[in-house]
Write a protein that binds this ligand. Structure first.
Ligand code: SF4
Ligand code: SF3
Length: 548
């Protein structure tokens, strides 16, 4: 195995042992590479099918879900990944036959990724063949750019899948994902071509986040300023983690009146901000913190936990029998809730019955936290904010969006938030916020000093807010605003968020706690020279440069 897709890549180079830092086995890592490899073949033929109007939504779903299942901490289950490879081969062959029938199959020499086939028991051996993994690309700059594109596509696919679950699709995004997948196997592309592809990935990153924003807000209303309960009640309960709001809604509906309460964990916290979910009395609030604290927090929660997406940590034996996965997630031994049938709903009865047998959560915190500052809510506060900036009571905004993680180096973000002058405001989204969202940072004339827009995909909201401020202050360039970007990354959704910000023209982003292992020195240089991206230093040093 060689995997370098996340911030925890071993020695900031890549995981190459029997088990990755995240707990993914070498077998699963290789199968995930083989799945991506196979999806490139599906993409190759589906591009042809698309041209003659023969694309099917099932194929879009197969590609999005396949990419999503390879995101860090999403799926650790070899069986579940193998099934996706089976389906990818089957789909690829079906598209090929349909093209042949129409006499529309392009005549050319297809590469192995588009033609290989094998029995299930041969997947493991196949997955170890040279061209399958990223190390099959020898030139380190090409490898770096291909990785940047692929990891961006994984994040894009996750967001596209959430939007699709709510009935929102954008064909151009699906088309681009296919085109870009195929391009990562195209040896005729120059480094410049690949840099252009990276930038184009950012464009579709903006589009997919806008699509998901539309899907979420049209379905559940605009997030609004909300005080979220972080204590517990005395009823059995289910804890919901991940990002999928459709799953969340269906579970809320099915638990109503059963005596089982619902709490959010980690990235599901922003579900508390949506008007549509507030009508459920048994939706109590949020329990715990970011994903990496789950071993402690799932233990004390006492009830079942539902993962709708990443981030899963290999569990302790003491609670593993009460963890459920659904969607793209999976873990050997966890119960998996099957997809909804066309037009139907997922069946959560098993997890609900399970919850009834278990004790209520043990309280670990008390009080409330405030969030819900997505673009619509911030726009309503725009006058207040603009006045505060004009009068000098707000000197600067700091976008501190992205991911949290377990490494000690992430204490930087807590220190940074604490050290920020009192006339500054943090704009956040994603699980990065748990590093400072419970600190007593107060408010500026009623504007909280931490404005949480929502999940990592709601970084889109932060961009919308920036655009709006640019308009109000009549500036020519988004970079003239008093906004600094200090972004924390961990997995591939943060990669697509970063590429989206670059596409929007944001300069001088600080990215930490370390720069991605998959950036070669030359590619890192391009990012530094073109966009002013830099790593983090000591808090004091960074504060000085960013406040200047
Ligand atoms: Fe290592 Fe991250 Fe890959 Fe897991 S996802 S194997 S921690 S690089
Ligand atoms: Fe967090 Fe996994 Fe990235 Fe969605 S839940 S931000 S790390």
């Amino acid at each position: 195995m060689f995997c370098h897709q996340c911030q925890e890549a071993m020695k900031n180079i890549g995981c190459n042992m029997d088990v990755g830092v995240c707990g993914k086995t070498s077998e699963v890592a290789n199968l995930q590479d083989l799945l991506i490899y196979t999806l490139k073949g599906v993409a190759e033929f589906n591009q042809q099918a698309r041209m003659i109007g023969m694309n099917r939504p099932e194929t879009d779903r197969l590609i999005m879900d396949g990419l999503f299942s390879t995101i860090t901490n999403a799926n650790f289950d070899d069986e579940s990944i193998s099934k996706r490879i089976d389906a990818a081969i089957e789909t690829r062959e079906a598209i090929k036959s349909a093209l042949e029938e129409k006499d529309a199959l392009a005549e050319k020499e297809y590469q192995d990724y588009a033609t290989w086939t094998a029995e299930r028991h041969e997947y493991e051996a196949k997955s170890e063949e040279a061209p399958v993994g990223i190390l099959g690309t020898e030139n380190e700059d090409v490898r770096s750019l291909r990785s940047l594109v692929l990891f961006g596509l994984k994040g894009m696919a996750a967001y596209a899948e959430h939007a699709d679950n709510l009935g929102y699709q954008n064909e151009e995004i699906f088309d681009f994902v296919e085109k870009a997948l195929v391009a990562t196997e195209d040896d005729s592309l120059s480094a410049d071509d690949l840099v252009a592809l990276v930038m184009e990935t950012g464009k579709y990153g903006v589009d997919v986040m806008a699509l998901l924003d539309e899907a979420n807000t049209s379905s559940y209303g605009n997030p609004e300023m909300t005080e979220v309960e972080i204590g517990v009640r005395n009823n059995p309960a289910i804890l919901v983690s991940g990002h999928d709001l459709k799953d969340f809604e269906e579970l809320l509906e099915q638990t109503a009146g059963t005596g089982v309460d619902i709490y959010t964990h980690s990235e599901m916290l922003p579900a508390n901000y949506y008007p549509a979910f507030k009508k459920y009395d048994h939706f109590v609030g949020n329990y715990g913190n970011a994903w990496w604290q789950q071993k402690k927090e799932f233990e004390s929660f006492n009830g079942p936990v539902l993962f709708t997406t990443n981030c899963i940590v290999p569990p302790k034996a003491s609670y593993q029998d009460r963890i459920y996965t659904t969607g793209a997630t999976g873990y050997p031994g966890f119960k998996h809730i099957e997809p909804r049938e066309e037009g139907g709903k997922k069946d959560f009865s098993e997890i609900i019955e399970h919850a009834k047998q278990l004790p209520a959560p043990t309280q670990i915190e008390e009080g409330t936290i405030v969030g819900g500052f997505a673009h619509n809510q911030v726009t309503q506060l725009a006058d207040k904010i603009v006045d505060a900036v004009k009068s000098g009571s707000i000197s600067k905004f700091f976008v501190m969006a992205g991911c949290d993680g377990r490494m000690k180096s992430r204490e930087y973000y807590t220190d940074f938030a604490q050290t920020l002058p009192e006339d500054t405001v943090i704009l956040t989204a994603g699980c990065a916020k748990y590093r400072y969202n419970k600190l007593p940072l107060n408010d500026i004339g009623g504007i909280p000093r931490v404005l949480d827009a929502g999940q990592c995909n709601d970084s889109y909201s932060l961009a919308v807010v920036a655009m709006k401020l640019k308009e109000i202050f009549e500036l020519n360039d988004i970079n003239e605003l008093p906004i600094e970007y200090n972004i924390a990354w961990y997995e591939q959704k943060a990669v697509i968020v970063l590429l989206a910000l670059l596409h929007l023209g944001v300069k001088d982003i600080k990215l930490g706690p370390t720069l991605p292992a998959f950036l070669s020195p030359n590619v890192a240089n391009v990012l530094v020279e073109k966009f002013g991206i830099s790593g983090i230093n000591e808090v004091e040093t960074d504060m000085e440069t960013m406040m200047a």
